[in-house]
Design a protein around this ligand. Sequence first.
Ligand SMILES: Cc1ncc(COP(=O)(O)O)c(C=O)c1O
Length: 468
Amino acid sequence: MNNWLNREIDSCSQILEAVKHSAEVYLQNIDERPTAVPPPRLEPSTLPTEGAGTLAALDVFQQRFAPLMVASTGPRYWGFVTGGTTPAALAGDWLTSLYDQNTQSASQTGDVSAVVEFEAIKLLRELFGLPESFFGGFVSGATMSNFTCLAVARQWYGEQLGVDVAEEGVFALKDLKILAAQPHSCVYKDLAMLGLGRHSLIKVNLLPDNREAMDIADLEAKLIALNGQPCIVCASGGTVNTVDFDDMQAIATLKKKYNFWWHIDAAFGGFVACSPQFAPLIQGWEQADSIAVDLHKWLNVPYDSAVALVHEKHLGLQLNTFQNANAAYLGDPKANFNFLNFLPENSRRMRALPAWMTLMAYGREGYRDIVERNVANARLLGELIEHSASFKLLAPVRLNCVCFTLKDRPQAEVSQFLSQLVANGNVYMTPTVYLGQSAIRAAMVNWRTQEADVEMAFVEMEHILDKQ
Ligand SMILES: Cc1ncc(COP(=O)(O)O)c(C=O)c1O
């Protein structure tokens, strides 16, 4: 055995202590750690012939990379839709790496990790108030979750036309239309990856008065125009700029009249279901065919984690879609359920454990607290902006995102302001364009965020403008 590997068989605890120490330092100082660093200029390492062991590699990491790691799990990282990591989720994630199971089948491979995944899905269903009829699995993020669900939808569409897409390919499909009003950009990417093409997405009108939700009357008009041809309706359970929700009850009603597969991208908005105050926003979603929910957002587990939830009546379509070719060494695909015939990836880490751990640690009330506190803090920022002479809200704060711009200033100054705010490293927000204007988004999904963080961020925002 290689010298270093041989020595480290017995020095694992020393290595883990060193890693634990660096984790403690990171967590103790997370409030002060910058939320952004200047673009790093680092000479790339060269591959050592002998290596110098893990503690030496850790030293190099600590010197070169650790100081440049931003506080993306901290309380004032409000860019994109970036969740933090709860202590329980961190523990679960470390254990996932420690045990390094390849989560496949509960009955074949002889380990318990598939049971952990089934249980985590059950806990999530309970958190979301979804019926047992939703079956699901873990994928790497909402892009892949939407991909997985839309792949099964594509198989369903083929079945409507008498075509097995998984066998014959998309060439056999004609005229599949996806109707959506304000889909996330990844839906277009998914359609490209699925061979359906970005042009297959037909935009449904938005409601008037600064809304991002679909106009249900226009959706119905488009369904009528399809003249009985099946299609896919892709609804938004929370848009990224202003967190608007499509009317799920109304879509459920249309589903009784028209023949479509109903998919919901509820990447972060699905979490409203755990708050009695906000659950009405998504009421009716349990009647969908498939739902995508990200967990590295509002569940606050580390990247990469999301679930693809598909109604169990479509299990056969899902298995047809993701079925491996018969391979003797993988066992009989028809005899035993195995996640490798159910999801895009074959080998997977035990992604479900961080989710299972955090759900068991904090329960329904813990997640209700995170959601309601994030929304209260987003509203606080919205109020500060509304009453300020310097900033302008571009939409009401519907949930956890604040979309705003500078008041009475040239458009070019918006990106200058944001660059300065980001460079200062105390709070992170991301740019967008809303109603044709350069704008800024602050999206709150981190369990650590408190009122004081909002107040501090706002003081900083005003200070930058005073100097500009
Ligand atoms: C509504 C929505 N859908 C999909 C995605 C894509 O998620 P991921 O980056 O996890 O693939 C996001 C990410 O912000 C989102 O907000």
